[in-house]
Design a protein around this ligand. Sequence first.
Ligand code: NDP
Ligand SMILES: CC(C)CCC[C@@H](C)[C@H]1CC[C@H]2C3=C(CC[C@]12C)[C@@]1(C)CCC(=O)C[C@@H]1CC3
Length: 349
Amino acid sequence: MNKVILVTGANSGIGLALCERLLSQDMEGLQLCLACRNMHRAQAARSALLSSHPTAQVDLLQMDISSVSSVICAAHQVKLRYSRLDYLYLNAGIMPNPQFDVKAFFRGLFSSNVITMFATAEGILTQKDSITSDGLQEIFATNLFGHFLLIRELEPVLCHAGHTSQLIWTSSSNAHRSAFNLEDIQHRRGNQPYSSSKYASDLLSLALNTHYNKEGLYSSVTCPGFVMTSLTYGILPSFPAFLWILLMPLFWIIRIFTNTFTLTPHNGAEALFWLFKQKPESLNPQVKYHSLTSGLGNNYTQPCKMDIDFEMSEVFYEKLLQLESEVRKKLKAKQQKSSTSFSPPAGSS
Ligand SMILES: NC(=O)C1=CN([C@@H]2O[C@H](COP(=O)(O)OP(=O)(O)OC[C@H]3O[C@@H](n4cnc5c(N)ncnc54)[C@H](OP(=O)(O)O)[C@@H]3O)[C@@H](O)[C@H]2O)C=CC1
Ligand SMILES: CC(C)CCC[C@@H](C)[C@H]1CC[C@H]2C3=C(CC[C@]12C)[C@@]1(C)CCC(=O)C[C@@H]1CC3
């Protein structure tokens, strides 16, 4: 039987590099499904994968993970196409309107915290969030809630008696407990919505293991390190991409001190790829699997205990279930309203 793998945010960066790595190791037994919001970019990614692996099975799925109706519609398509999903990579993510605090960066450079700053960006990065048409905070909707809804919708193809399936999240070293508040799970009030959303994914992964392991579904969290992708290029908008490339020698030097500077999407996908080869029952639900690259350029995966606890993950899970039922009700009401406004006037045939 082919292994069916769905990857969100597969048309670029770490998601695309992961697809390339999966096909390079085992092209025959894999059925890849690239879930992307933009079908032109999705087609380009598919063509790139097929040019190096001409006989690979690569399907496309249109899905805007930040939109409730789009996720439900895409999940419906998946259930029609596949009887089972073996791997679901929850990778799509955004960091819109990043604000880089130059002063804090220079202060950090000359402090004892310099390595932590380069590894986690703690204290030097904030973002400005916006609201989606569903009334959700955009970063929360994209990085976390859309994926949660997708898992819930895909339950019938993820949970099969006598068979295991894996959920693999692309989290971040920027996931800080201090940025997350159970009373404000969407981070409406703070200025670190990205960090909050990534911490939320760490909590959710733990809760999913609590609730779904008995049904054969396992969840793990990864951190790709600092990777040069369109997400990171956006952090210094006045800095064109070629200047980032010019900084590469400096980044290689920093890598000697912190192995978190994985830099290329191929390296960043290391832990995501490593998890593909593991037995899910052998994984620890309380650790994050980090992609790391040594000063000599060797990739490896290292587990690190997360700053999370069961109680908090359970409260968060309950809140997500409640939000899920609210957004479903809203969607139903919206659909009913639009169907009545389009119904033909009484008496017309
Ligand atoms: N780069 C880094 O240093 C790090 C990245 N990460 C995480 O890695 C993941 C991948 O990011 P990365 O590869 O760096 O960045 P990219 O911007 O290259 O990739 C992000 C992917 O997510 C997709 N995406 C964004 N919004 C949506 C949406 N609403 N619906 C569907 N797809 C969407 C993008 O599609 P489109 O092309 O249409 O925008 C793109 O394919 C993210 O979750 C990010 O937070 C974590 C730690 C470090
Ligand atoms: C010489 C300077 C121009 C160097 C600037 C470096 C910073 C821009 C980066 C140092 C640590 C990086 C980092 C991220 C973004 C870029 C840095 C702040 C992330 C926040 C990207 C997204 C993540 O999920 C985690 C990364 C942590 C490290």
